[in-house]
Design a protein around this ligand. Structure first.
Ligand code: SAM
Length: 466
């Protein structure tokens, strides 16, 4: 099937906007799309980076130090290193937004429209997984994919929430040092990679997106701390959703400053196209303005209401589960320290809330909030028995993995493919119990050894069926 034709109204709009440059821009739709991946700083040593650069003939993305282009006939998304969270497949121009946001270790950060997780995993990589990153996605199915991607990258600092921006704003007024808002948009920068984006486009869609972006931006403003920084980005080209939206925002909120805007264009750069704006919020001038007043007005705007949700179990059970995890951890992974502030138990699932989130994420604040991932999922508490989670395996640094009971597979071996399909592997008869399975030293998941066999403990949903 050929490519769908660009909508006439869109072409006319862009011709008017770009003038002499329009032909080059329109012609860029005849060029092939670009492909990119971004390395995970928690797992990529310089040697590994060198090896993978050669393996996939990577070339650097100019605006992102950890970002690389790959050729479309390479398939890094199918490689075992992808399952091990060594890199994240991301459209190259989308890598510009988090670089411009410039997040720092130890900060409290919000990614407000986060699925499938490109910007969240980029933020976590830049802050070296230190601090608190609330990564939110409104649609439950997409929030689940986001949580899986966060787990694959082995992150402990990320809490995944599934809420409307207004619900979050009522709970977290003036809270975040930095906010990433990668807004739902009309997707004009998706036309080369997604034919549906072309056929879905109408002028009404642009208007709908503008209205939605305006609502979300007001909630983002509410949640930004005085002195904080926000990045607003889209993968669309029209002015209304980009510069127009920023002009309207700074006019409505005089304490916001538009620091800079950048565009990546497909006819000028190697990328599908992106708009990024950086805004800062002024420090509060009076001690009595800020959190409390803003908190009240936000609660009023959204009519904060308690919704029955998953509750953490009584303290005693949570403590028993946590004690069992610590005992298991001392025995099986003495070098791996889970940075945690607070254990949370949801049913059987035991989570470690990031240290810096313990004060912010009180029971009261979390009550009624959908939490697909309340920090690092360390394991499951099954009738008095602790079992380690897949997410825990992926969070283990390669050097700590080398000092645990483990089996190392080679990336291209049949055994690696068999493990990723969920099959049992032959094992040394002396090997017993929980065993970390690694690919060239990078954790892939758990196995449980007995009688010369390593039973596969890869979650069923992650097994490759080919
Ligand atoms: N930041 C993501 C990444 O880098 O992988 C991509 C985010 S995508 C551009 C925008 C997201 O906004 C989608 O996941 C979509 O489900 C979500 N969304 C849609 N409507 C929304 C709304 N009203 N409020 C907040 N998010 C919304």
């Amino acid at each position: 099937m050929g490519k769908p034709q660009l909508p006439n109204a869109y072409v006319q709009y862009m011709r008017q906007m770009l003038g002499k440059e329009a032909d080059a821009f329109i012609n860029s739709y005849q060029q092939p799309r670009t492909h990119g991946l971004r390395f995970n700083s928690l797992k990529a040593t310089p040697e590994r980076l060198q090896q993978v650069t050669e393996l996939f003939s990577l070339t650097p993305v100019p605006w992102c130090e950890s970002g690389y282009y790959y050729d479309e006939n390479q398939r890094p998304g199918k490689h075992a290193y992808h399952a091990a969270g060594l890199y994240y497949i991301q459209e190259p121009s989308a890598m510009s937004a988090v670089e411009m946001l410039n997040p720092q270790s130890g900060e409290t950060i919000l990614d407000l429209a986060a699925a499938p997780g490109g910007k969240t995993t980029h933020i976590a990589s830049l802050i070296q997984d230190r601090g608190l990153l609330i990564s939110n996605e409104i649609h439950p199915a997409r929030a689940k994919i986001l949580a899986e991607n966060v787990e694959r990258m082995g992150l402990a600092s990320v809490v995944v929430t599934c809420a409307a921006p207004g619900e979050l704003a009522a709970r977290f007024p003036a809270t975040f040092d930095r906010i990433m808002l990668d807004a739902p948009c009309s997707g004009e920068g998706m036309f080369r990679k997604d034919a549906d984006a072309v056929t879905d486009w109408t002028e009404d869609l642009v208007t709908l997106c503008v209205n939605r972006q305006w609502d979300i931006l007001q909630d983002a403003y509410t949640m930004l701390k005085p002195g904080g920084t926000m990045a607003y980005s889209t993968c669309t080209f029209n002015r209304e959703e980009n510069e127009g939206m920023m002009e309207r925002l700074v006019a409505a909120y005089p304490d916001l400053t538009l620091v800079r805007t950048e565009r990546i264009w497909p006819h000028l750069n190697r990328g599908e196209g992106h708009f990024v704006a950086i805004l800062t919020k002024a420090e509060a001038r009076h001690a009595n303005i800020g959190e409390s007043e803003e908190s009240m007005s936000t609660a009023k705007r959204h009519g904060k209401k308690g919704k029955a949700g998953r509750q953490n179990n009584p303290g005693k059970e949570t403590q028993s589960a946590w004690d069992a995890f610590i005992a298991w951890s001392d025995e099986h992974m003495p070098d791996h320290v889970v940075r945690t502030g607070r254990p949370l138990l949801f049913g059987e699932a035991l989570y470690a809330l990031p240290d810096s989130g313990a004060a912010l994420l009180s029971d009261e604040r979390l009550s009624g909030l959908k939490l697909p991932r309340a920090g690092l999922h360390v394991g499951d508490w099954k009738k008095g028995r602790f079992e380690p989670a897949h997410a825990l395996a992926l969070s283990i640094a390669p050097d700590a993995a080398a000092r645990m009971q483990h089996v190392t597979l080679e990336a291209d071996s049949d055994l690696t493919a068999a493990y990723l399909r969920g099959e049992s592997l032959p094992a040394d008869a002396a090997l017993k119990g929980w065993t970390l399975v690694t690919v060239d030293g990078l954790p892939l998941g758990w196995g449980k050894a007995s009688g010369g066999q390593l039973k596969n403990r890869l979650p069923k949903g992650l097994r490759r069926m080919q």
